[in-house]
Design a protein around this ligand. Structure first.
Ligand SMILES: NC(=O)c1ccc[n+]([C@@H]2O[C@H](COP(=O)([O-])OP(=O)(O)OC[C@H]3O[C@@H](n4cnc5c(N)ncnc54)[C@H](O)[C@@H]3O)[C@@H](O)[C@H]2O)c1
Length: 299
């Protein structure tokens, strides 16, 4: 298949290009030049909001995987209009260009943020979508437009809602980096790991390479209209996470507790049966194995 990947210079896309390389022809579009080897030479520099540029990059695509996004919850709170512009209008621009180019499949990379505060765990895909953040709302809205383009124009679609994914390729300089990036960076620099509150809050961590494999399985599937969680199905407390980092770090690691975050989600873990039943996805990289890679050179 010929596959366009938006956000082609990002963390997830770098693994996706590796996943797709043996069987498919893939290229990307992004605002910035790629730094990862797998994406080099494949990415056109353009804004997904630019209809003309999107028309060009979509030419010849059988499928479009839409990963480009404003990815920070914090930034979405500070600048909601920017978040909506990128995540909603940007998605609509990509959907329109994909449809006009005759693409037969659209895969929207959404987020578990679309669920909001879980009413129950594990969170299955039929759990109510009640986003708490502007980011979660824009992702949910982008899902709805994806579905609407599917029913209006007959383009097959799928939505993936990843929980917390991580890899050494996440940008450590970003103020929005996730807890794993922060913990591993601190551990490598001899700075204490700071746990907000008692660390009993749980999350579902999945390696970005596993998410990329799920995306490939979804792209290759003939099913239409799938909504799938991207998770490991394992609830890991932040304290347990800190202890795994401590275990695999070559340097001495200390852990300290700081004030809890206000209105933080207490427990979040994905129910993952649907992805296994529909596309045969299971996790391959354990948390410990995934974390060890942060302390090796390269990844
Ligand atoms: N990292 C996580 O834990 C997580 C969890 C759930 C969902 N997601 C979603 O997964 C997707 C990929 O995440 P990632 O961690 O690889 O993010 P990333 O920031 O590494 O990649 C996103 C890419 O999109 C590009 N982009 C942003 N705005 C653009 C625009 N207007 N035009 C063109 N390109 C633009 C960025 O330059 C970046 O390279 C995102 O949609 C994100 O919301 C991430």
């Amino acid at each position: 298949m010929n596959i366009l990947v938006t956000g082609g210079s990002g963390q997830l896309s770098s693994y996706l290009f590796e996943e797709l390389a043996s069987k498919h022809e893939a290229w990307g579009v992004d605002l910035r030049e790629p730094v990862f080897e797998s994406a080099r030479g494949r990415v056109t520099i353009a804004d997904i909001l630019d209809p003309e540029a999107m028309r060009e990059v979509c030419k010849g695509a059988d499928a479009v995987v839409h990963t480009a996004a404003q990815v920070s919850v914090q930034r979405s709170t500070e600048d909601p209009a920017f978040d909506v512009e990128t995540n909603v209008l940007g998605t609509v621009r990509v959907l329109k260009a994909a449809r006009d180019a005759g693409a037969s499949k659209f895969v929207m990379i959404s987020s578990a943020a679309a669920y909001g505060n879980p009413r129950h765990v594990p969170v299955d895909e039929d759990h109510p979508a009640e986003p708490l953040s502007i980011y979660g709302s824009s992702k949910l809205s982008a899902e709805h437009f994806t579905q609407a383009f599917g029913s209006s124009y007959g383009m097959k679609w799928a939505v993936i809602r990843p929980f917390n994914f991580y890899s050494p390729r996440a940008d450590p300089k970003s103020p929005y980096s996730g807890v794993i990036t922060k913990f591993t960076q601190n551990a490598a620099s001899g700075i204490p790991l700071r746990i907000e509150g008692d660390g009993s809050q749980t999350r579902d961590f999945l390696h970005a390479a596993d998410v990329a494999r799920l995306v490939r399985l979804v792209v290759e599937s003939d099913r239409d209209g799938m909504v799938l969680n991207g998770g490991s199905g394992q609830a890991t407390s932040i304290l347990d996470l800190a202890n795994v980092v401590k275990k695999v770090s070559p340097r001495e690691v200390t852990i300290e507790h700081v004030a809890p975050r206000t209105a933080d989600i207490k427990h979040s873990v994905a129910r993952v049966e649907r992805a296994r039943e529909m596309v045969g996805f299971t996790t391959r990289i354990s948390l410990e194995e995934g974390l060890k890679a942060f302390f090796r050179n390269g990844d």
